[in-house]
Design a protein around this ligand. Sequence first.
Ligand SMILES: Cc1ncc(COP(=O)(O)O)c(C=O)c1O
Length: 359
Amino acid sequence: MIGLPDFPWDRLTPLKELAASHPDGIVDLSVGTPVDPVPAIVRQALADASDSPGYPQTYGSERLRSAAAGWLRRRHGVVLDQANVLPLIGSKELVAWLPTLLGVGPGQRVIFPELAYPTYDVGARLAGAEPYAADGLLALGPERVPLVWVNSPSNPTGRVLPAEHLRKVVSWAREHGAVVASDECYIELGWEEQPVSILHPDVCGGSHEGLLAVHSLSKRSNLAGYRAGFVAGDPALIKRLLEIRKHAGMMMPAPVQAAMAVALDDDEHAEEQRARYAARRAALRPALEAAGWKIEHSTAGLYLWASNGTGCWEQVRALADNGILVAPGDFYGTAGERHIRVAVTAGDERISAAVRRLQ
Ligand SMILES: Cc1ncc(COP(=O)(O)O)c(C=O)c1O
């Protein structure tokens, strides 16, 4: 039996019940789940493709891969052939299975940030490898490492890694034979800073060798319920992933492929969604600050990374007493034990309720 950590969200249940007992109901800013509608054009594309009796291709349709490559070029300055795109059934499954798919195993380390989305650790464990949280790679010395994860903008901190930092990671990885997997699922949500893709020429010098960028439609297009993402990058790595995923049946349903292609081609709905998150963030941030929280990083992404100096569970309880549920920082690593993560994903009415309660 593989040793997996307890599912962290289960530990929050008693405080969720406490927050839910507020007379005006809970404001749930814990899980970053989208609450706004799926764009009408995307729903239409899903409906139009609903008569899909045959098996879909694991590789995805050329239409979908071209839409992904087009979006990367148009929005992120990344030039890549559509052949080097592979659809994902949401990006979480790749995060959890990438070490296994790459053949990483016992005695090898999978590196990820000290404050991180917990699934990087889970993926290392599923492969029987050693999860290793480290922000600085130099401390690893000459050891050969199979896989390094980066995540910019970060969950939970909203921190952006500048091109120069990513460039150093890429050159370190190339010297050590490591694959760099860059989780870019919040890349469209830059606020005070603009995130850059690992595949951008300023970062990788124009070669995608050893690099994979992982993207998600969950937040950009409110498609968390559809399970829609993709991975793109090194042609040899994409080919290897495709081979195994074909054998393992990891294929995106055809109607979702059709819907995702339409979502990738359209920027209007993404701008509308960005504006909603910007407004919620602009309301919540000063309210938290006025109530004694200091916000750190958080220049991009969906979260405010905040601390009032006390332990994270004390902060979660204080807010839950007021009917507001947030995530304790220690869900993301011991370095988060004095922070909370506040998601800006509630609807406008609930965000206004949170702002009132913080006063
Ligand atoms: C950093 C990070 N990576 C990946 C995911 C998974 O996203 P999805 O599976 O919806 O594409 C999330 C979800 O919140 C995340 O925060």
